[in-house]
Design a protein around this ligand. Structure first.
Ligand SMILES: Nc1nc2c(ncn2[C@@H]2O[C@H](COP(=O)(O)OP(=O)(O)OP(=O)(O)O)[C@@H](O)[C@H]2O)c(=O)[nH]1
Length: 232
């Protein structure tokens, strides 16, 4: 698919929201948090992607944040980007099954398997995407760029409660992100910081409203872009 191809989304179906990012940055926890906060306000369902297991789906079911049948696992059997970008068939089937079984849904959340910094969702699968990094991955991750960091609809810098323990300056990470994101939003998040969770929920509500109005256009963050690292 050509880089940065734009797709008009169909408002007649639920918003499909992808969450990608490196291994262990808190994608499942972010989804559990969103479900816990929003399940009374929005009709939700979740598709998880794991390479060999259904562990993330089991974790979410155990968290009790949604009826278990609203959480489906796709076992990708290959690198996560294969199933969220190259051939999205298995994920699309899971999303459409949920949309059919629990109609009318408001949002289907799709969690990518943990990958490196380069994996992003195809706009053929999701209408919008969050890219999730965390402070524990190092304070310089945000300025390293890449398609998710630079062009995801929302960049989450997660686990800010750990920043002091890993010597990371969150404000600096946000500035670094802003310098590569051309005005797109960045959110410093921690499950322990209710205000940040509230901001995340507000962003999702805004996105749902935009999707319903038909005003939203899915933007492909594109494959790994040529980029430079700033030093010193
Ligand atoms: N301190 C802290 N830990 C968090 C936060 N969010 C998630 N974690 C922890 O980070 C670890 C990884 O979280 P997950 O939600 O499983 O991360 P993931 O990105 O889904 O992991 P994979 O699916 O393996 O890629 C777990 O031990 C979580 O409890 C947070 O806001 N603060």
């Amino acid at each position: 698919m050509p880089e940065h191809q734009h797709h008009r989304t169909a408002a007649s179906r639920p918003l499909r929201l992808g969450i990608a990012g490196p291994v262990g940055t808190g994608k499942s926890t972010l989804i559990a948090t969103l479900c816990a906060q929003l399940a009374d306000e929005l009709e939700l369902a979740v598709v998880t992607n794991d390479i060999y297991t259904d562990e993330d789906a089991r974790m979410l079911r155990a968290a009790g944040v949604l009826p278990v049948e609203r959480i489906r696992a796709v076992e990708t059997g290959a690198c996560p980007h294969t199933a969220i970008r190259d051939d999205v068939t298995a994920n699309l089937i899971a999303v459409e099954d949920l949309e059919h079984a629990f109609a009318p849904l408001d949002v289907v959340l799709v969690e990518s398997g943990g990958d490196n910094l380069t994996a992003t969702f195809s706009p053929a699968l999701v209408d919008a995407q969050i890219f999730c990094i965390d402070v524990a991955g190092g304070g310089d991750v945000a300025r390293k760029g890449g398609p998710g960091i630079e062009r995801a609809d929302l960049l989450v810098i997660n686990k800010t409660d750990l920043a002091a323990h890993v010597d990371v300056d969150v404000a600096r990470m946000i500035e670094d992100a802003a310098s590569v994101r051309s005005g797109l939003p960045t959110l410093a998040l921690s499950r322990a910081d209710q205000a940040s969770v509230g901001d995340l929920c507000k962003w999702v509500h805004h996105l749902v409203a935009e999707h319903r109005s038909g005003a939203r256009t899915a933007v492909d963050p594109g494959p790994m872009a040529p980029h430079v690292h700033r030093h010193g």
